[in-house]
Design a binder for this molecule. Sequence first.
Ligand code: DGT
Ligand code: CA
Ligand code: CA
Ligand code: ZN
Length: 599
Amino acid sequence: MDKADIVEVLEEIAVLLELKGENPFKIRAYQAGARALETLEGDLDALIEAGDLGSVKGIGAALVDKIERLRATGELKFYDELRDSVAPGLIEMLTVPGLGGKKVKRLHDELGVDTLAGLKQACEQGQVAALKGFGKKSEEKILSGIEHREAYAQRHLWWKARAVAAPILAGLRQLEAVERAEAAGSLRRLKETVGDLDFIVASDDPDAVMEWFTSREEVREVTAKGSTKSSVRFESGLQADLRVVPAAQFAFALHHFTGSKEHNVAMRQRALARGYSLSEWGVVLRDEGGDLRPESGGGKAESVSGEQGAESRGRTAKIQETIRTEKDLFAFLDLPEIPPELREGMGELELREIPELVSVDQIQGVFHNHTTASDGRASIGEMAAAAEALGWHYLGLADHSQASFQAKGLDDERVLRQVGEIKAFNASGESSVRIFAGIECDILKDGSLDLEDATLEGLDYAVMSVHSSFGLSEAEMTARVIKAIEHPATTMLGHPTGRLLLRREPYKIDLLKVIDAAIANRVIIEINANPNRLDMDWRHWRRAADKGLMCAINPDAHRIEGLRHFEAGVNIARKGGLGPEQVLNCRDLAGVEQWFRER
Ligand code: DGT
Ligand code: CA
Ligand code: CA
Ligand code: ZN
């Protein structure tokens, strides 16, 4: 376990001890230990080796052994037993914003609640507001926290859903019985969150496919098993539907179950206007009144009598035969092949041609990443090596500024020192990747910046972000961010709404005004590609792209593995309709240097 993970365990132990009402000195020992370890300058392994961990101020004797164990094995019996000794409902309550160990303990002791449902009921009955130190406002906040949490629990991050879907799709494609297999639904449309997975398979041996699908090791529960459709639920709560169709229906089924619903409605209307009815089973001439549903045995089409019926049935069969792919289907309705990520029923059927969308292989580097100087876990050299392995030509580092003290943010002096280190690194020839010296500078409550102008001028570029005072009014927050955008040192605006998908709602801000200010000041807005953020949202990019706003895809990596998240950012850029011209990451090194210089 690395240092930062150990810090998290110590912090969690402190919260659990609070929850159990343990001795405050003991609790403080873990909090102090976590702080001491977090700010430790020297090498942890060397300290352990030399037996000197206990001499670090803040790390008491009781913690030395625990830290060493976590470092060596990643496990700690004391921690596991502590977690097991607390009711799971109480641990869940800790995930409600504003509830820490002490408060959860009081709710438990004084109201007897030990589940989220119980807490919700207590809020609804006004019992929480009546508790000393809570009040009406905090009751409302807890209640809305629980309600958001319930809604959140029904969806999953795209990144996690893809990780579950990928091996299933690969497995399906290897089955002998499977002719074609695709993932459909919101996953295929690259939505930021996914409700459930949808797989479409072409096969004439559905039972073999269903048997394989429902007997996967990762399946926790089979909720339906038939020869056309099966559904399963995985450990994480994520569910998946699998539909098996004959090869002749594959394109129709894939298109239908890719959705979105709104897109399907528009497609059906377009088909109707041309005299056809379109469904997941195929397309039929309307005057035939046909129905291709398999369980209806050919349906009403069967009941059409006489020569005319036979003739139109023949024509329908011919159309059906010529449509083997989605591209054929779109062409049949005189449409270009609309990529799944644009199928949201937001006017995509009016497109006469599909604009070029940015793609993963066009990305030449990324800009907003952290190192061990603030809260990242890799050094400059390690990050550069990882970027080189990804085939990139440049990498922007942007550690936190001082106001983000919990992230060990840099003050002016440390920023300038880091600039020196980056210059030396670039000069050393250690890596073919050029490192850009940047900062993720806090936008303070009044819109001023967290570092001196002279410091900001010494950087290649600067990302400005809001990390505090989320509760401002919309007007105040908008003015605050626009003030930062107007500062001459600002190159990019970081995660413009502060949302954490399925965890925290965006703060109030008028993005239309922010977008206009960014364009007027030639400031870039990032797509924060961390799968938890994906901020700015693609819905806003659709409009912003038309107005000419420039974008940067920023993984906000805190470890080398995090750089990979840039792919999630590319997805959102595509969904937002952005082409390579509007994405700074698609420029070569000279192009990026020029942009920074001109800004
Ligand atoms: P999700 O799972 O909530 O993230 O979103 P989707 O889009 O994957 O929705 P899902 O799984 O309920 O259904 C997959 C697709 O099937 C959906 O995008 C469109 C199609 N579909 C499902 N139900 C309906 C419906 O009632 N009408 C129409 N037109 N299409 C539907
Ligand atoms: Ca779905
Ligand atoms: Ca579904
Ligand atoms: Zn940030």
